[in-house]
Design a protein around this ligand. Sequence first.
Ligand code: ADP
Ligand code: F6P
Length: 325
Amino acid sequence: MQMKRIAVMTSGGDAPGMNACVRAVVRYGIAAGAEVYGIRRGYVGMMANDIVQLDSRAVGGIVRSGGTVLLSARSQEFKTEEGQKKALEVLRGWGIEGLVVIGGDGSLRGAAALHKHGFPVVGVPASIDNDIPCTEMAIGVDTALNTILNAMDKIKDTASAHQRAFIIEVMGRQHGYLALMAGIAGGAEMVVLPGQAVDRSSIANEVRSAFLRGKPHFIIVAAEGASTPETGITQLLSECVAESGHDPRSTVLGHVQRGGSPTCFDRLLGTRFGAAAVDSLMDGTSGVMVALRAGEIVTVPISEVLSSQPILSKDALILAEPLAH
Ligand code: ADP
Ligand code: F6P
């Protein structure tokens, strides 16, 4: 059955390319004959009735901007049954028949909760961490990687000038995708991933040996999720480098990785995901997430996404080591 009113929202950690997706949902949704509503501030705004109708002009000029024009938020209240019922009452009050949720795995859990209450929802994976299972890429990953590479290139200049060892800490929660891919593409001497044991003397030996082999610098890309409850990974690796006799420097890239104008890849991915999410709602296929697989946009049940684990490509893991020499 053709839906007449659909809504779109962004939630959780913002990711460059979310705006391209919002724009696509609005314009493609209108072209498909629906009115499109924007829910501001994620589930917080949904419960608070912070909803506006969006026309094509309302999303003009946003394809090139980072962040999210719909704003984002995190909400503990929405995790409760009462919070979800409050949100559903608001949606039904507006006559909204279907919803597109753009966000990370937490936001998808929220989408699954609404779907369980019988509300048609389609999820769109968006998180710089690329930790959402069942899709090769999420919105924002490519832009974040390019931001990291840009920073790495600059750090390498100064590291080489002083023959220094540097630790560059990148985001990614418990997943090492950003660290691994940036390490390979940026030419790091070492990548440290979540769950990987840090052996002080072997790292110190590797630093020494690299300089003896004529390397002008030693760059370690460390995933934030490699931190232990006791020590941050940057602190730990700085101690390892110091043990080698070198004077370490470190940069924690932090939230710069989340901002900025989306790359062409993220604009196109966001746009394709947005249109596919509308198609899915209009076809009566809900409770699914749109996903990228072998270049094609497909749908996967959200339940399958949430019961799977994100995995790092074996090929990439194998490549990282020899390339670092
Ligand atoms: P992300 O979507 O980037 O992973 P979060 O994990 O912070 O970000 O999740 C965003 C929001 O999704 C949370 O603040 C919460 O409102 C909602 N959410 C997360 N987990 C659940 C859950 N199990 N049930 C219902 N809502 C959830
Ligand atoms: O999930 C995206 C992400 O940027 C992670 O890489 C990082 O650990 C986290 O969000 C930071 O979240 P916050 O918005 O609370 O600073």
